[in-house]
Design a protein around this ligand. Structure first.
Ligand code: ADP
Ligand code: ZN
Length: 658
């Protein structure tokens, strides 16, 4: 009887498939092979010996073995681990590893000279504090075993310089280093910096690459030739034969959470990957997540600190502007103290930022005749006016329309009123009140590529601009030495809503935003417009007392049994027929295996009860920390029959509560 092999194929159906080897050949684990599957040809991975569920006479044969280095055991273990943790079938996780099959095989004319890196190409002289932090991390790389370390340093303290030392040590050992970034908008600046530091351009991995480049990079990584990889979270799944270090920059960023397809948190998966590969991982941030700080407190992670900025730069001074006590002219949103500070800063030849975390012109358009609000026809959400694009847009789906001529409800003409500000409206106010100021809008929907963002950053760095007005993409690690003032238009924006991480996120975002100012010789100044100057978040920012805030926030989380003291999962049922959705969600709740450690909340309508035309009802599962939630859920959900018209979304450790 011929031996059979168990293959994993990148298909959504759960499970493995048995195949015969090509005539007269044998296969080995990890090989990439081409197989017939359901009338198609597909690439799979040899996972082991056949399972024997299907009679040998019914099996098909592998067509050929591809000329690619076999998938390393640690990559296979990672696929299995991610699948078990997220409840996504192994095949779906495998798909993230090689995406489309075109990446895998080199074409004849392909040639990609993988850059070489010199760990000592341009080594900066570190300060004593930086040296101590770098030594600790370098030591971890030398030990070459699993460790997780939080690199916790204020904005501008030199975290990048410090983790580059650990990367240099890993390069000396000739191993691969992966540096993860939360968003591709940030890659350009860091690429220049790493190129200057290591004398070669890091190999990129993110959705912004063309197909040819992707193929080159994938292959250079799979062959182990690419030693320095800079990527978005998807880069974690690449088949590194010799990964020696992972650095997660801006580890607190919510953008690490993938919210579609296989739902996972890039930072958490990086720690898991490091654990499986027995290598160090560095989590870097000026505003670490509560989860990571907690792991530091518990001794699970190492914790190195850089408490001061590099050079003469001090920390910015932060003050609140209580908007309830301010007088605003009609249709103005910049409070007088913020306006004065802005004007004064620019008059002195310095630069500024105005921050409002809301895209578009106005978040709500209503009819002054009848009070009708313009809503998305497919989502429980208002339409945001975008003046530049002359559109009303839904920020949750791709719905867009022109502003109607008359009210759809009362037919009145010219009665529409734009309510509240978005960044475009702030820009309009600046043009009116400070016409001589040179400013640009920095918003994701107006910047389509990382290059466009970089161009804006360069113009700011060359002093061709006095002011940037924008959303949270401005808060990223940019360094403008002459930027001395940051005005925050609506500091409370993130605090409302039922998100248990609202306070933490607002604190992080405002702290990062503040960190853009005063990075040169002159101290920075930050004014926060708020209606809640006494809120713990605002108080912590004003007093510069992060630790007190975190302690208070941790106590709160503990009292309410929230992460990091407990674990959560959310199960969202969605579908077009609301009755069917409700019934299915109730049925789901009724089938939950009872367990003394598991609490089931709901089902209840999600805060956005309808999105993209689908109704959404949700259950929250709450368990103690350390509970094997994935195992419990698999036991519960694997037996369920699910109608085609409905979808069940499983989110372990949810970050979005919308
Ligand atoms: P962080 O990553 O903590 O925000 P950076 O590494 O970006 O900080 O450092 C802030 C600025 O200070 C950068 O321009 C960086 O090049 C500079 N810098 C930091 N440490 C040093 C050093 N030891 N020597 C020279 N320049 C440094
Ligand atoms: Zn919508």
């Amino acid at each position: 009887m011929p031996p059979t092999y168990r293959l994993l194929l990148p298909v959504p159906q759960a499970g493995f498939y048995d195949y015969l080897p090509p005539e007269g050949e044998s296969l080995s684990e990890g090989q990439y092979v081409e197989v017939p599957f359901g009338g198609r040809v597909m690439i799979g991975i040899v996972w082991g010996a056949g399972g024997g569920d299907v009679p040998v006479t019914k099996l098909k044969a592998v067509r050929r073995v591809l000329d690619v280095p076999p998938l390393p055991p640690v990559s296979r273990a990672f696929v299995e681990w991610v699948s078990a943790y997220t409840l996504a079938p192994e095949g779906v996780v495998l798909k993230m590893l090689f995406g489309n099959a075109k990446l895998i095989e080199a074409k004849k004319k392909d040639s990609f000279d993988c850059p070489r890196f010199d760990p000592d190409f341009h080594q900066p002289t570190l300060t004593d504090a930086q040296r101590a932090a770098a030594d600790y991390l370098t030591q971890k790389v030398t030990e070459g075993d699993y460790s997780a370390t939080l690199l916790d340093g204020v904005t501008g303290s030199g975290k990048t310089e410090v983790f580059c030392e650990a990367m240099a040590e890993n390069l000396r050992q000739n191993k691969q280093t992966l540096l993860l970034l939360p968003e591709i908008a940030m890659t350009a600046a860091l690429i220049d910096r790493l190129t200057a530091r290591f004398g070669g351009r890091p190999v990129e991995w993110h959705s912004g690459l063309g197909e040819r480049q992707r193929r080159f990079h994938w292959q250079a990584i799979a062959r182990g030739e690419a030693k320095l990889i800079l990527g978005a979270r998807s880069a974690l799944f690449l088949p590194y034969p010799d990964l020696g270090l992972i650095v997660v920059d801006e580890e607190h960023e919510a953008a690490y959470k993938q919210e579609e397809g296989t739902i996972y948190h890039g930072r958490d998966m990086a720690v898991a990957r490091a654990h499986l590969g027995r290598i160090p991982v560095i989590l870097s941030s000026a505003t670490p997540s509560l989860e990571t700080l907690f792991n530091g407190q518990q001794g699970k992670y190492g914790h190195v600190k850089l408490p001061t900025r590099f050079g003469s730069a001090g920390m910015p001074s932060i003050a609140c502007v209580d908007v309830r006590k301010q007088k605003f002219a009609p249709h103005e949103f910049i409070a007088p103290p913020v306006f004065d500070a802005l004007k004064e800063t620019i008059a002195r030849g310095k630069q500024a930022m105005l921050f409002l975390n809301r895209r578009g012109y106005a978040p709500l358009t209503l009819c002054r005749g009848c009070g009708h609000r313009l809503e998305c026809p497919r989502c429980t959400a208002w339409l945001t006016e975008h003046k530049k694009a002359a559109q009303l847009r839904c920020h949750h789906c791709d719905f867009a329309m022109r502003l109607p001529e008359s009210c759809p409800s009362c037919q009145a003409k010219d009665k529409f009123a734009a309510c509240g500000p978005g960044v475009e409206r702030i820009a309009e106010e600046v043009s009116k009140r400070l016409p001589e100021v040179r400013f640009a809008l920095m918003v994701s929907d107006l910047l389509e590529t990382p290059q466009a963002a970089q161009e804006l950053v360069d113009r700011m760095a060359r002093r061709e601009l006095d002011l940037l007005i924008g959303t949270q993409i401005m808060a990223k690690g940019y360094h403008f030495p002459d930027l001395t003032f940051v005005g925050v238009i609506d500091g409370d924006l993130g605090l409302s809503g039922g998100d248990p991480r609202a306070a933490e996120r607002t604190f992080q975002l405002l702290q990062q935003m503040a960190g853009r100012s005063g990075r040169g010789t002159e101290a920075g100044r930050v004014l926060l417009q708020t209606t809640q100057p006494d809120h713990p978040v605002m108080q912590a920012l004003v007093k510069g007392d992060r630790d007190a805030f975190l302690e208070a926030e941790l106590r709160e989380r503990e009292a309410y049994h929230l992460p990091p003291y407990a674990r959560l999962a959310s199960l969202t049922v969605s579908g077009e027929d609301v009755t069917e959705v409700i019934k299915a969600a109730q049925h789901l709740a009724a089938t939950a295996p009872s367990h003394p450690h598991v609490r089931i909340l709901g089902p209840a309508p999600a805060p956005y009860a309808r999105l993209r035309g689908k109704y959404r009802h949700r259950l929250m599962i709450q368990t103690p920390r350390g509970f094997n939630l994935s195992f419990y859920l698999r036991g519960w959900l694997s037996g369920l029959k699910w109608p085609h018209r409905l979808r069940l979304l499983v989110d372990i450790d949810p970050y979005s509560f919308l």
